[in-house]
Design a protein around this ligand. Sequence first.
Ligand code: FES
Ligand code: FES
Length: 145
Amino acid sequence: MVELRVNGHAYELDAPVGRTLAEALRLDLGLTGTKVACGEGHCGACTVQLDGVPVLSCITLLHTVGGREVTTIEGLAEHPLVDAFVRADALQCGFCTPGQIVSAAALVESTPQPTSEEVRHAMSGNLCRCGAYPRIEEAVVAWRG
Ligand code: FES
Ligand code: FES
């Protein structure tokens, strides 16, 4: 049994050894905002925050996160970054967007006025196959509107 908190709610999950955090979120808790693309730790689509730090949930085992606080895109629904992405039209297919926003939210928490360079550095692990990088960067730099 693994106890964890997700977006402020406490859960106890009985999952087989080897279950990834991404599988637990999507399949056990129905939090499908977290996307899985590569499934191998290369693209950042599955990014969630673990105690405020971005991690790749597709290569994080559920059994290693007991007692920790997980924040997914569902927990950031009211974050101003969501509007900022819409204003900047910072997406095309949108598949990478949850992971982008989760990473960006951790960045602006520690660096409320990030420069373009800081955005690029902090979000270098979040790939966008649609090439929306300039608008993603614009959205994060201007996230407070
Ligand atoms: S799906 Fe996790 S890094 Fe690509
Ligand atoms: S908007 Fe399509 S992968 Fe980023």
